[in-house]
Design a protein around this ligand. Structure first.
Ligand SMILES: [Zn+2]
Length: 370
């Protein structure tokens, strides 16, 4: 069963203690998905702990006491204002020791450079996420709009949206809007790393499909014998309680199979204790990780089964959008919808359930293998 042990999420500027040493805060996003959850981890070292709570009051001067921040919010002035409030109220003037970014998407990395400048704390990311952020911001390495447009046109988009390439070229770099600056240096996170943050031990795991090398963090709590009582997973966008994570194929890896990678990555969670508290980037903190992963696998299998029916006659990704998305899509949503449609078709293709044919006009179509 999926349960939500904390009722109302924190309002911007507020915080909720969700597990020993872990605070849940929220930042606004300028989209339909209007918030992101961020996590503040108490990062007091042994010296700091010995001072006890409220001993002295040197604020940021107290040696050894501080915070690790996980994810940073969309890069806009409003987020900075909320951070300033958290520095004073939630974090009580104690220093930021480290900034961990789960992946390169704007709501996660957008304020990393600003936070680094503001606090001096180093930024920790996986290598692929760090480099992808720079490529997306600089419109290079196949993250550019021309590559994206050409890729989606090869999957039939021009037929349903003839203005797409033009509109795409006229747009400013959407990534940069949310990530005005990026850190030039970072501390690399690698799958299997263990981190000690305050009294907790954390293990880094990397997962694929949503982002190229997304980091999640798992903690069994402060003592080695706490098996079920205090397990926490910071799941980023990989496991969300109600929303389905976006999994898309993009122009720089036109033959990728990210849906398989995404589902396979869930195996990394199979040994988590059933009672693990999951801290997702969107929606609410929940328990029931194994049920949620089973639901997601079923959801995608149902979509694949619908597609198998839809592609009895050969169809392009653009032509199957109405099967996957019942609502009208604007040009921004269309990009993600196309990526997602191709991801499902590629899954069937690589599984031998469909074949891919390049039509005479150069457009890729997919047909179910009976
Ligand atoms: Zn994301």
């Amino acid at each position: 069963m999926i349960a939500y042990p904390h009722g109302t999420p924190p309002a911007p500027g507020q915080s909720i203690l969700v597990a020993p040493g872990i605070y849940w805060i929220r930042m606004p996003l300028p989209f339909k998905l209007d918030h992101i959850n961020l996590w503040l981890l108490e990062d007091h070292d042994a010296d700091g702990d010995l001072m006890g709570d409220g001993a002295g009051d040197g604020g940021g001067e107290i040696k050894g006491r501080g915070w690790t921040i996980v994810d940073t919010g969309y890069g806009m002035a409003q987020t900075h204002t909320w951070w300033e409030r958290h520095f004073v109220e939630t974090m009580q003037g104690m220093p930021v020791k480290r900034i961990i970014v789960t992946h390169y998407h704007p709501d996660h990395v957008g304020c990393a450079a600003w936070l680094h400048e503001r606090t001096g704390a180093p930024v920790w990311m996986t290598a692929t996420e760090f480099l992808s952020a720079h490529a997306a911001a600089e419109d290079t390495s196949g993250f550019d709009r021309a590559t994206t447009a050409a890729f989606f046109i090869a999957h039939g988009l021009a037929r349903i949206r003839p203005d797409f390439a033009v509109a795409q070229n006229e747009r400013s770099n959407a990534y940069k809007r949310g990530v005005p600056t990026l850190p030039r240096q970072y501390h690399r996170l690698i799958d299997g790393d263990s981190l000690r943050i305050g009294t907790r031990h954390w293990t880094v795991k990397t997962v694929l499909g949503h982002a190229p090398e997304h980091a999640v963090l798992f903690s069994t709590g402060s003592s080695t014998d706490s098996l079920n009582g205090d397990s926490v997973l910071i799941s980023g966008d990989q496991v969300l309680p109600r929303i389905t994570t976006n999994v898309g194929v993009w122009g720089n890896q036109p033959e990728a199979n990210p849906l398989k990678q995404f589902l396979d990555s869930m195996d990394k969670f199979s040994s988590l204790p059933a009672a693990t508290l999951v801290l997702p980037s969107h929606d609410r903190v929940f328990t029931g990780v194994h049920e949620r992963i089973a639901q997601l696998a079923l959801h995608h299998e149902q979509r694949l089964a619908e597609l198998m029916v839809a592609i009895r006659e050969p169809k392009s990704a653009a032509e199957i959008l109405p099967v996957l998305f019942k609502r009208e899509l604007d040009n921004h949503q269309l990009v993600f919808a196309m990526g997602e449609a191709i991801a499902h078709l590629h899954y069937l293709w690589y599984a031998g359930r469909a074949k891919r044919i390049q039509a005479e006009n150069g457009i890729y179509v997919f047909q179910a293998i009976a």
